[in-house]
Design a protein around this ligand. Structure first.
Ligand SMILES: NC(=O)c1ccc[n+]([C@@H]2O[C@H](COP(=O)([O-])OP(=O)(O)OC[C@H]3O[C@@H](n4cnc5c(N)ncnc54)[C@H](O)[C@@H]3O)[C@@H](O)[C@H]2O)c1
Length: 248
């Protein structure tokens, strides 16, 4: 029960890694806010968690929506200890097809979304000497071909994490990132455009378990570790959970 008495927000909690993280935090006693633009999804997930879990509709790309989400969480639970920024989108394709709209959408959700949530939550996190866990990716550490906007957004998340970790170290707020390789979630099942060279993309696969994808639960274990007191000496870390993908 590492999170007994702790208030936690998880973005992207309707599906995949966010949902697995929310389940683990709830199972270990957190007062939980599940936030996602898929409100029906978080509403359903929060019912399954029982207790004090609450669903909130959130668009991380909107500064105002993030402000309202934090304000509601603090109003309901009196403060905030843990922020897990998991919401994200993937958009494979060649640079030729990467319009400004597609670029801005990916950067707006994956990178500006993390900035929006951190900025809105920081005064409350400082008050409780809290912790932030940002979802980056192996694509935050190395290049992934045919995935330029996503790769840039996740490199941005790693940089933002490191900068904020230093800035808020004196205030006692820890800020870390998780960098998974391939994880078996709905995100990975979107259609690939025809002109993507899959052989090149798949070269960045896991070395463990014959290249098998990780599960959301395996990644959630690392997210919750970084959010917990067990990681009290860790800040500014981009922790790989990629089966060795970025080791060589
Ligand atoms: N699946 C992988 O292989 C993998 C690998 C590395 C990193 N990641 C990262 O993990 C995170 C979770 O991805 P997943 O694989 O669980 O995908 P997923 O598609 O199962 O879940 C993503 C969730 O984010 C929500 N979301 C999307 N845009 C949003 C917005 N603007 N505001 C609020 N919520 C929004 C979606 O509704 C969805 O519930 C993402 O940041 C992703 O980039 C995934």
């Amino acid at each position: 029960m590492r999170f007994e008495g702790k208030v936690a927000i998880v973005t992207g909690a309707a599906s995949g890694i966010g949902l697995a993280t929310a389940r683990k935090l709830a199972a270990e006693g957190a007062d939980l806010i599940l936030a996602d633009r898929d409100f029906a999804g978080v509403a359903k997930a929060s019912q399954g968690l029982g207790g004090s879990a609450v669903a909130i509709e959130l668009d991380v790309a909107s500064e105002e929506s993030c402000r309202q989400c934090i304000a509601r969480a603090v109003e309901m639970h009196g403060g905030l200890d843990i922020l897990c920024n998991i919401a994200g989108v993937l958009d494979f394709g060649s640079l030729r097809d990467l319009s400004a709209d597609r670029w801005n959408r990916v950067i707006g959700i994956n990178l500006t979304g993390v900035y929006n949530m951190c900025r809105a939550a920081m005064p409350d996190l400082v008050e409780r000497r809290g912790a932030v866990v940002n979802m980056a990716s192996a694509a935050g550490l190395v290049g992934v071909p045919f995935n330029a906007a996503y790769t840039a957004s996740k490199h941005g998340v790693v940089g933002l994490t490191r900068a904020l970790a230093l800035e808020f170290s004196k205030a006692g707020v820890r800020i870390n990132a998780v960098c998974p390789g391939g994880v078996e979630t709905p995100m990975l099942h979107q259609a690939m455009p025809d002109n993507v060279d899959m052989e090149m993309v798949m070269r960045s696969a896991s070395w463990l378990d014959g290249g098998a994808l990780a599960t959301s639960e395996e990644v959630a274990e690392v997210v919750t570790f970084l959010a917990s007191h067990q990681a009290r000496r860790m800040t500014g870390v981009a922790l790989s959970v990629d089966g060795g993908q970025t080791a060589g």
